[in-house]
Design a binder for this molecule. Structure first.
Ligand code: ATP
Ligand code: MG
Length: 447
């Protein structure tokens, strides 16, 4: 599998033809980063690279599957199998689906990934909200027959007979579950005990404040005594209101009404978004390119959909096991939108671990400055199509190249290409002339 990006401009000046190309057999890893300002030709380059790769995949055990995550609608192609993700379409993904793999799967990992992805894509949750949502999901999974520490329960077909077939809980189930908990906090027997417990916590906090050293002498000794008496009173009320004995546990697991309400609201909003559906997009298995048309959904939804889908792709890859083939190529335009600066990001994970499991990443973005050093150092192929001046100095610093090189790039006419190969220690950036420039200067294309 290979493709050509052009010829080395300096060599050509010396009268030599040095092809700047990419070959899956020799490249250190299949990941690529394509950088350029709007209009510099990122989409054009992605298309021509994919064309080149698919046209030359002979000798591979199977054609790689290309996943195009399209936010602008400019990656569409009549040759691709396309699915529109929108509020109206019945297709989406289930972010609570469990991977049954004993090493890579299970509810705990899925809950963590779910919390991280929600935090990265929408307003970050507070610690108490996160703890509440975690408890809801643990209980929801248990109610559906998936238990944290029972690996054999992570499969749908776990050999146990049931009245209704076992299924993965959905986001709608989570929302209903949280709402039910909230309702029982307001109306059920738990209500009085929880209210007293909340009161008790507030009073104890006040007591602790009063007990601190008081250099200004502002606290009256009576205040302290009064608060102590209130604490004892409230505690008695709490004990008397206990009816089921589970009130304290419930309180610890789900927090106060306010926290539970905020989580219930959050789940309702998530469930109402256009991406969490039970039906997966009906992609054609015989077509190598799958186009996820995300033009109709919001930025946050695009981000969540892509991150959850990438996780699924990676989980399938882990379950398949290590391979020398390239099985999946994920293409992410505007990749900086999905990055979050920490190395736990699924995109960083693909850059670091994808190669071993047959997953290649092709990311396009306006500048390298949006990416972590870890990510940049994991990607073997970098193509600079022309950055805005604003990004020259940080871009050059990030990529450890001379800023002068940046000034030599002319969008669509001269690009910078680095391909790290296992066959050479020479990893320099080539100033590269794409085919039409070679023609313009009298050099045959593809030579
Ligand atoms: N090497 C090239 N040769 C000829 N035309 C090109 C080349 N690169 C890009 N173009 C043309 O330039 C236009 C803009 O390119 P493209 O859409 O790929 O840019 P982009 O970097 O993806 O921009 P955006 O960030 O706005 O999506 C297109 O019409 C494309 O066909
Ligand atoms: Mg584009």
């Amino acid at each position: 599998m290979h493709f050509t990006l052009g010829v080395d401009a300096h060599a050509k000046k010396r009268g030599q033809i040095e092809t700047v190309g990419w070959d899956f057999e020799t490249v250190v890893n299949p990941h690529m980063l394509i950088m350029g300002m709007s209009g510099a030709g990122k989409t054009h380059t992605i298309r021509s690279i994919i064309r080149g790769m698919l046209n030359t995949s002979e000798g591979m055990t199977r054609m790689p599957r290309v996943h195009l995550f399209d936010v602008h609608g400019d990656l569409a192609s009549p040759k691709a199998s396309s699915a529109r993700i929108s509020e109206q379409s019945p297709y989406g993904l289930n972010p609570l689906k469990i991977n049954p793999d004993p090493h890579f799967g299970g509810p705990r990992k899925q809950i963590q990934f779910f919390l991280d992805t929600i935090n990265r894509s929408t307003r970050r949750m507070g610690d108490r909200q996160e703890a509440c949502l975690r408890s809801i999901l643990v209980d929801l999974y248990a109610a559906n027959g998936f238990y944290l520490d029972k690996v054999e329960s992570w499969k749908l077909d776990d050999g146990r007979s049931r009245k209704y077939p076992k299924k993965h809980p959905t986001l709608h189930d989570a929302q209903r579950f949280a709402y039910h908990k909230l309702k029982s906090l307001y109306l059920g027997g738990d209500n009085k005990a929880t209210a007293s417990l909340e009161q008790l916590n507030k009073k104890v906090a006040k007591l602790n404040r009063l007990r601190k050293p008081d250099p200004n002498g502002e606290i009256e000794p009576e205040d302290l005594d009064k608060t102590k008496a209130e604490v004892i009173d409230t505690y008695s009320q709490y004990v008397e209101s206990i009816t089921t004995g589970r009130e304290l546990e419930q309180y610890i697991r789900y927090g106060s009404k306010d926290v539970l309400r905020s989580i219930s609201d959050r789940l309702e909003n998530l469930a109402a978004s256009g991406i969490f559906k039970n039906e997966t997009p009906p992609f054609d298995d015989r077509v190598p390119v799958w186009h996820y048309d995300m033009t109709a959904i919001s930025n946050a939804e695009q981000k969540m959909f892509t991150l959850f889908r990438l996780q699924e792709v990676m989980e399938e890859a882990y379950t398949r096991g290590p391979t020398k083939d390239l099985v999946d190529i994920v293409v992410i335009d505007e990749a900086h939108r999905y990055m979050s600066g920490d190395s736990e990001n699924i995109i960083d994970t693909i850059a670091k671990e994808g190669r071993k499991f047959g997953v290649g990443l092709m990311a396009a973005s306006q500048s390298p400055s949006h990416f972590t050093d870890d990510f940049l150092s994991s990607v073997a192929t970098k193509i600079i199509l022309g950055l805005d001046e604003m990004h020259w100095s940080t871009g050059a610093r990030k990529l450890r190249i001379d800023e002068k090189l940046m000034t030599m790039v002319i969008p669509r006419r001269r690009l910078l290409v680095q391909v790290k190969r296992s066959t050479t220690t020479q990893n320099r950036y080539h100033l590269t002339l794409p085919p039409q420039e070679q023609n313009a200067s009298g050099v045959a294309s593809g030579s």
